[in-house]
Design a protein around this ligand. Structure first.
Ligand code: ARG
Length: 478
């Protein structure tokens, strides 16, 4: 009989029993469920709601069940509706009456909310650690290939040369913001709903501050109705996962492009590539594609939760049972994808010569040639027109800007402005060299050599600061 079976006369319909169950998805919450029950029992004993002996027996019984679950020897009974029923039922079978006292002053409504919050905090911490590992690898890659020049793009058209390290660090900062979002989700989850009971609190003299401390929560929730029906912290977690997946997907898209024959910038290592069953030559970036593909399910998880929550009246409704699966899926997916990305970045090899050659193609020096003229007194708009006209000349002649002789440059400029044409001198060569161009953009946050060196240091500092907050267990303090 179900633990709520007292007021029922008819048996449970086999279909609805299975339909209403959440045991399969709940199992991941088993350790949290046991931790919550142990804290509740200890507090009940301390408050004299149950005897100290019963509290002790409950805690020992729960430890024994926990050990069996960890060892994989716990037998889950499919007839149990959820993990809470499964654990409590087994406890009572094992220790008798004391076990039947555990649920005093508690409901599965505050119990499940406590479990999910403990689980969410755990997940955030795990994800934050993996986020740090990924960021470390991006810093390493940027450092290992600090001076490599590649084309920078807008509209996926060659725009201006940039340092590869600058490109890697752009992703580093995206993931740094993701860390902050995960940290926020951690803090949102760090509230103790235990003691809210079904919806209204309870007449037993529960010490909610004691369970808060025992379970490592920052504070007890303020309102029992809100506490049992709030899943905002899962939305925060799923949003953090969604944004981070989006960043991973953007990086994947670039890795996929870069490893194509057309780009030829990188080769992915064998361990992160697959072959074709029919085309012997193929080496496909499957895992980058898979990460890109998995973004959809994480967005789906977030959307599902938003829709599930919409329109729910206070307080607990069974709809809330549907909140867990998506969060579990989103957290696992992000973790796996970050782990995979860390490996892909660490092991990919760069074709620096191709990157450099491509960084000159597509007239990427045009802005710098216009700047050369503007710095010598030509209004920028006029300089822009002069160089635009020179690019047109190059296209017709099938040449790059860097292929033009000084004479040709002057001749093309003179068609628009004789004054500009007269300004070109031999030092224009450095305005045409992609490495010199990339090195020179030293505005703070720019791609110049000195600016990126400074950025790299700032990235390392930010990483050390974030790593410090996880390892010291002080995530909630900001
Ligand atoms: N399995 C339920 C869930 O996940 C636990 C809470 C059930 N509470 C209830 N009143 N039916 O939400």
């Amino acid at each position: 009989m179900a633990l709520w079976g007292g007021r029922f006369e008819g048996g449970v319909d086999a279909f609805t029993q299975e339909f209403g169950a959440s045991l399969e998805e709940d199992k991941v919450l088993a350790h949290q469920d046991i931790a919550g029950s142990k804290a509740h029992a200890k507090m009940l004993g301390q408050q004299g709601v149950i005897s100290q002996e019963d509290a002790q027996a409950i805690r020992e019984g729960l430890d024994e069940i926990d050990a069996r679950i960890t060892a994989g020897t716990f037998v889950w009974d499919v007839n149990d509706e959820d993990v809470h029923m499964a654990v409590e039922g087994e406890l009572t079978r094992a220790i008798g009456t004391a076990g039947a006292r555990l649920h005093t002053g508690r409901s599965r409504n505050d119990q499940v909310a406590t479990d999910i919050r403990l689980w969410a905090k755990d997940q955030c911490e795990k994800l934050m650690n993996q986020n740090l590992a990924l960021r470390q690898v991006l810093i390493q890659k940027a450092e290992d290939h600090f001076d490599v020049v590649m084309p920078g793009y807008t509209h996926l058209q060659h725009a201006q040369p940039v340092l590869f390290s600058h490109h890697m660090l752009a992703y580093y900062w995206m993931f740094t913001r993701d860390y902050a979002r995960l940290k926020y989700a951690y803090m949102a989850a760090d509230v103790n709903p235990l003691g809210s009971a079904a919806l209204a609190g309870t007449t037993y003299p529960l010490d909610r501050f004691a369970t808060t401390q025992e379970l490592g929560f920052k504070a007890p929730s303020h309102n029992s109705l809100d506490a049992v029906s709030d899943r905002d912290y899962l939305l925060d977690l799923e949003y953090a996962c969604s944004v981070s997946m989006m960043h991973l997907s953007r990086l994947c898209e670039e890795l996929i492009l870069w490893s194509s024959t057309e780009f030829g910038f990188i080769t992915m290592s064998d361990s992160f590539s697959t072959g074709s069953s029919i085309m012997p030559q193929k080496k496909n970036p499957d895992f980058a594609e898979l990460i890109r593909g998995k973004v959809g399910r994480v967005y789906g998880d977030l959307t599902q939760l938003l829709v599930t929550m919409k329109g729910l009246p206070l307080a607990y409704n069974k709809d809330l049972q549907e909140c867990k699966v998506g969060a579990i899926d989103a957290a696992k997916t992000l973790y796996d994808c970050m782990y995979c990305m860390e490996g892909m970045i660490a092991t990919m090899s760069l074709h620096e010569d191709v990157m450099l050659a491509q960084s000159a193609a597509g007239f990427t020096a045009a802005t710098d040639v216009a700047d050369y003229l503007a710095k010598r007194g030509i209004p920028f708009r006029v300089a822009h027109e002069v160089v635009g006209n020179t690019v047109l000349y190059c296209e017709k002649a099938g040449k790059g800007l860097e292929d033009l002789s000084l004479e040709e440059l002057k001749r093309a400029a003179a068609e628009v402005s004789q004054e500009a044409a007269d300004l070109y001198e031999a030092d224009i060569a450095s305005a045409l060299d992609p490495s010199s161009i990339a090195r020179a953009r030293n505005t703070y946050g720019g791609t110049g050599h000195d600016a990126v060196a400074q950025q790299l240091q700032e990235a390392k500092d930010a990483l050390a600061k974030d790593a410090g907050s996880v390892s010291s267990g002080r995530i909630g303090e900001c």
